[in-house]
Design a protein around this ligand. Sequence first.
Ligand code: SF4
Length: 51
Amino acid sequence: MTHQPKGGMCATCVHAHRDCSHLAFSTMPRLSNDGQTVIVRCTDFQRRTRQ
Ligand code: SF4
């Protein structure tokens, strides 16, 4: 089973260009599961503000 953050979260996150593969996605709150991929709410998400 593959875990990935909710689509769009990474695009607006300050960590978008970081390698987030170390994060424990499998322990994050699950939003949906299509049988192949579990979508999770990334607990390390930080909204990027305009600079
Ligand atoms: S911290 Fe989470 S939401 Fe942000 S870029 Fe990494 S995986 Fe995506």
